[in-house]
Design a protein around this ligand. Structure first.
Ligand code: CAA
Length: 260
């Protein structure tokens, strides 16, 4: 599929999706969300991606939220269709089989913060801002923001952000545990790719199993979640990579993982 609103790149195991509507600060409209859904499906089926990075085009914004230009005429039926699509995209990112890193290169507001927190890790440039300003528009976050944020940073902080609609900068976002780390903007992609390459040195089946255990375990009580972990753990003992990992350690050499 030809994309108009996103760019998909692939380099040595790392896929990069860039939201590319810089004139609208990469705001998410239906077309962009459809393209994102399609790209995620294609990358999943293609199965070559070991780490996926999501970022925004330009130096100003990651994603400045849902596209507000469509809101004045949006009916409840239209809003349902929009939010169903948006939530589906965020869920697909969250359950994507390999780690997804948000490289937040500027404003991540509303749907932009929601997109970032659907990812597994968030690295931000020093000019980034996060926030859920939906109440300033007379609406609430609709792409999972009222739910994921409170699970991530706790109820009181999440409610403060949702109820006030205030933005926080990258350093504050790091202080409250929303962001993994902050880098100068010019270094952001280089540093994120270094982290991706570090993940790619590890056992690829183990990385997938760890993500599955953490993402699906998160929604369950501890006993059920530990059972999910147990199943993921046991399955790895039927793989060549697990034997190689242990042998390499004992033979004091780096492992040669094959993803089998
Ligand atoms: N939708 C559509 N267009 C947007 C946009 C958005 N979310 N955010 C910015 N733009 C457009 C602006 O309208 C402007 O277009 P024009 O040049 O044609 O006027 C262009 O991008 C540049 O924006 P600004 O001139 O506003 O740039 P700024 O530097 O003065 O401000 C900003 C930057 C603080 C990010 C500001 O643009 C802003 O507040 N944007 C809206 C943020 C927002 O409210 N997001 C939540 C959307 S609702 C949502 O996301 C719902 C949900 O949960 C799914």
């Amino acid at each position: 599929m030809e994309y108009k609103n996103i760019i998909v790149d692939f380099e040595e195991g790392i896929s990069i999706i860039t939201i590319n509507r810089p004139k609208s600060l990469n705001a998410l409209n239906i077309e962009t969300l459809n393209e994102l859904e399609c790209a995620l499906y294609q990358l999943k089926v293609d199965n070559r991606t070991q780490v996926l990075i999501i970022t925004g085009a330009g130096e100003k914004a990651f994603v400045a939220g849902a596209d507000i230009t469509t809101f004045p005429t949006l009916t409840p039926d239209g809003a349902r269709e929009f939010v169903d699509l948006g939530q589906r995209v965020m869920d697909t990112i969250e359950s994507f089989p390999v780690p997804v890193i948000a490289a937040v290169n500027g404003y991540a507001l509303g749907g932009g913060t929601e997109l970032a927190i659907a990812c597994d890790m968030i690295y931000a440039s020093d000019n980034a801002f996060f926030g859920l300003p939906e109440v300033t528009l007379g609406i609430i976050p609709g792409f999972g923001g009222t739910q994921r944020l409170q699970r991530l940073i706790g109820r009181h902080l999440a409610k403060e952000l949702v109820f006030t609609g205030e933005k926080i900068d990258a350093y504050k976002a790091k202080e409250i545990g929303l962001v993994n780390n902050v880098f100068p903007q010019a270094e952001l992609m280089t540093r994120v790719k270094e982290i991706a390459r570090m993940i790619m040195k590890r056992g690829p089946l183990a990385i997938r199993a760890a993500k599955r255990s953490m993402v699906f375990g998160m929604d369950h009580d501890l006993r059920t979640a530990n059972e999910i972990e147990k199943l993921c753990f046991i399955t790895l003992f039927g793989t060549e990579d697990q034997k190689e990992g242990a042998r390499a350690f004992l033979e004091k050499r780096p492992p040669q993982f094959k993803g089998k």
